[in-house]
Design a protein around this ligand. Structure first.
Ligand SMILES: [Fe+2]
Ligand SMILES: [Fe+2]
Length: 325
């Protein structure tokens, strides 16, 4: 019997965390593990009074659909996205980071169900899943991204992932952040902020790994790849515009959501080391939503629930200078 595997026909190497090829892997592992959280620790039921008393029917419908859309995206990330990137890892420590990321994507995907089970009946939940599993624009974005996860090159997979996490999520994130900025539904928003904080690390890390590969290409190949990347972003943006119109026309938020989308599309490009596509900046985004993003939790106790929110440790979102090591 020949027990050789295709990865290594001779010896199987043990992962050595004391011999680090890329210090960004170790740094990212520490960051990821320090911000570990679970949906079940967030007291979403404290939002029930807001849900029943402060939101009208249209707002509840919009809010629910937004969360259903986010569920689909995090399902894609947890079931296919990060798995597709595992074998492209440059180091064993990078694979370990992806193991963490895959698990957290499952926590994200599950956390929306925790919100649903608190706020909605079983038949309402079933209707929502039926809606998102057949919605034209949600399905189109999932199909495009998953196409690259399944068929793309290692660099294309990373671009698809960063576009999904740093850009496509934000047509949905807008709503809980808007309510948070208005001091409503703050516990559900706490979940969103924990997800956002994770996605910030994922987007920066995967963007960094992308740049390592991208910089190895010839100038000509880079140019070709860049054209593909901007075309893909614009195709996704056009689909996002339609999704935003469908979700937000009735409530009157479409234009401000589109601004938020363009701002985040630029941030996705920034994670990939590319120039912005749109003129929009943070100053153009509705300040209530920016306020929602920057609102910090009052609770700094690891794994306890003092007060009405839950945020782990003294951890902040990543920014570019976190990589100035
Ligand atoms: Fe996620
Ligand atoms: Fe992610």
């Amino acid at each position: 019997m020949n027990y050789d595997t295709k990865r290594d026909a001779t010896n199987y190497a043990a992962i050595n965390w004391n011999s680090i090829e890329d210090s960004i892997d170790k740094y990212t592992w520490e960051k990821l593990t320090s911000q570990f959280w679970l949906d079940t620790r967030v007291p979403v039921s404290n939002d029930l009074d807001d849900w029943r008393g402060k939101l009208n029917d249209l707002e509840r419908h919009t809010y629910s659909k937004v969360f259903a859309g986010l569920t689909l995206l995090d399902t894609l990330q947890s079931q296919d996205g990060n798995v597709a990137m595992l074998d492209d890892a440059r180091t064993m420590q990078e694979r370990a980071c992806f193991n963490n990321i895959i698990f957290m994507e499952s926590v994200h995907a599950k956390s929306y169900s925790t919100v649903f089970s608190t706020l909605l009946s079983t038949s309402e939940i079933d209707d929502l899943f039926e809606w998102v599993d057949h919605n034209e624009y949600m399905q189109k974005k999932a199909r495009i991204i998953n196409h690259y996860y399944q068929e793309g090159t290692p660099l294309q997979k990373k671009v698809a992932s960063v576009f999904l996490e740093s850009f496509l999520f934000y047509s949905g994130f807008y709503t809980p952040l808007w309510y948070l900025g208005n001091n409503k539904m703050i516990n559900a928003a706490e979940i969103i902020k924990l997800i956002l904080r994770d996605e910030s690390v994922h987007g920066t890390y995967i963007g960094y790994k992308f740049q390592l590969g991208f910089n190895e290409l010839s100038e000509e190949k880079q140019e070709e790849f860049r054209n593909w990347m901007y075309d893909l972003l614009y195709e996704l943006y056009e689909n996002e515009e339609k999704y935003a119109e469908l979700l937000y026309d009735e409530i009157g938020w479409t234009e401000e959501v589109k601004t938020f989308l363009r701002y985040n599309a630029n941030k996705a490009l920034m994670n990939l080391g590319q120039d912005p596509l749109f003129p929009d900046t943070a100053a153009d985004v509705n300040p209530v939503v920016m306020n929602g993003i920057s609102t910090s939790s009052s609770n700094h106790d690891f794994f306890s629930q003092v007060g009405n929110s839950y945020l782990l440790g003294e951890v902040e979102s990543m920014s570019d200078d976190d990589y100035d090591i």
